[in-house]
Write a protein that binds this ligand. Structure first.
Ligand SMILES: *[C@@H]1O[C@H](CO)[C@@H](O)[C@H](O)[C@H]1NC(C)=O
Length: 301
């Protein structure tokens, strides 16, 4: 059953909130601190790479996609794929200024994502043990995100290994917006299981919740540096609901109405300066905040 989210969600929330225990709020949340302007500016090339994820695979491979490609003119594309329909576009290449492999996946519209993320039958499933060797079966992720990541996982891994070998770098940065942020977060678990001699950074934008408490804890305990940036009252990052067992990893940065970027420590920080406190329910959200702007970058090709 697919729940039309505006009508069914309040009922669903009130029906289930009473019977499902909410995950315990983490009490280790330290102070919320504003990012400096130089810290904010440092995200800009990654914001453009996330936005470029929306461009088709022909133009990203040629690095000829207009403003998005022109914003990172030094980029060396290595591989791209997807069809923008059944499979999200993706690209992999090398940024010589950042000295990093860049991995980016296409996202989707809030109007397409919200009905899926508020579906009462949304499913948490185990990761595939061939793709994710040794991963605990306690770790569960949303089925649709898992399918989208699995479809291209091996092509992305091959492209990352080729880029490392070609350019001699040992750093991999994974970016994405929306659905693309979710796919890239799964890459942030997947790629380090296969590439052991590199360091990894993840920067997501408008990230929905991808998995359960064990998933969030695994990401937090891993060596991957994780940042997920939420814009104002975007409802996507508060979905799927915590009452369904979904938890964000730490690393939230929340762009507030004032324009301040707040670093929100812990998982799902409940402060009103962070997305969970600012957007307590889906009807407090504004889907037009989903595409951005994130520091001046709108997520569109
Ligand atoms: C890719 O995008 C470019 C620029 O928008 C467009 O001209 C081209 O037709 C597209 N190609 C495919 C295969 O969709």
């Amino acid at each position: 059953m697919r729940a039309p989210f505006l009508s069914a969600y309040p009922l669903l929330l009130s029906a289930l909130a009473g019977v499902h225990a909410l995950p315990a709020a983490r009490s280790d949340s330290g102070a919320i601190t504003p990012l400096t302007s130089s810290q904010i500016d440092a995200f800009e090339p990654y914001s453009w790479y996330a936005s470029t994820g929306y461009c088709n695979s022909s133009v990203t491979l040629a690095w000829d996609c207009g403003a998005n490609c022109d914003a990172n003119p030094r980029f060396k594309p290595v591989a791209s794929g997807g069809d923008g329909d059944a499979t999200q576009y993706w690209f992999v290449g090398y940024d010589p200024v950042l000295d990093a492999v860049i991995v980016s996946h296409q996202g989707t519209d809030a109007t397409k994502l919200l009905p899926v993320l508020t579906d009462v039958d949304i499913l948490l499933v185990e990761l595939d043990s061939d793709l994710f060797p040794g991963i605990s079966s306690e770790i569960k992720v949303e089925q649709g995100f898992q399918g989208a990541q699995e479809k291209v996982a091996m092509d992305v891994l091959t492209a990352v290994q080729t880029t490392i070998n070609t350019y001699g770098t040992s750093h991999v940065t994974m970016v994405g917006h929306s659905l693309g942020a979710a796919i890239s977060l799964l890459d942030a678990v997947y790629l380090p299981l296969h590439i052991t001699d590199a360091s990894f950074t993840y920067i997501g934008y408008g990230l929905p919740r991808v998995g359960n408490q064990e998933f969030a804890n695994y990401v937090d305990a891993s060596a991957v540096s994780v940042t997920h940036i939420n814009n104002k009252e975007d409802p996507v990052p508060i979905l799927p609901g915590m009452f369904l067992g979904y938890v964000h990893p730490s690393g939230e940065v929340h762009i507030e109405d004032s324009g301040e970027w707040a670093a929100c420590p812990g998982q799902d920080n409940p402060s009103t300066q962070c997305i969970v406190g600012d957007v307590p329910e889906i009807w407090d959200g504004d889907a037009s905040d989903h595409p951005g702007p994130y520091g001046g970058v709108e997520m569109v090709c």
